[in-house]
Design a protein around this ligand. Structure first.
Ligand code: HEC
Length: 98
């Protein structure tokens, strides 16, 4: 019954790979440490993944415009949150000064 046994082992190895991939897919993207990181995770990950937020670098003005847009879509942010988020995103996902 050797062939049978190796097939079972192969199936187990496959299942483990699938599980590892699934767990990997759920890991939130690593945000750089810094003031505001938690606010961004809390405020910007509710409606979409943080990947959408972080895949483009923008100037501070562009980030503020984007945050305003999110508020128009229903994001609940205090003025303080907006400042903290704009600071964080500009610091880590900003554009080099012209
Ligand atoms: C109330 C829900 C909601 C919250 C909270 C929210 N967003 Fe969004 N966001 C959306 C929706 C809906 C879209 C998709 C818009 C579209 O399809 O054009 C989107 C899309 C985006 C995009 C991609 C659009 C583009 O122009 O590239 C960015 C960037 C973004 N959000 C940033 C943020 C940031 C930063 C925050 C935190 C301050 C945030 N979002 C919080 C609803 C939200």
């Amino acid at each position: 019954m050797r062939p049978q046994r190796s097939r079972t082992l192969g199936w187990l190895a496959g299942a483990a790979t699938v599980q590892a991939l699934a767990a990997w897919g759920q890991t939130p993207p690593a945000l750089p440490d810094g003031t505001g990181r938690e606010t961004v995770e809390r405020a910007c990950g509710q409606c979409h993944s943080l990947e959408i937020v972080l895949r483009t670098h923008r100037s501070r003005g562009q980030w503020e415009a984007r945050i305003d847009e999110m508020i128009a879509k229903g994001a609940k942010l205090s003025d303080e949150d907006i400042d903290v988020i704009a600071d964080y995103l500009t610091a880590h996902f900003g554009l080099p000064p012209p």
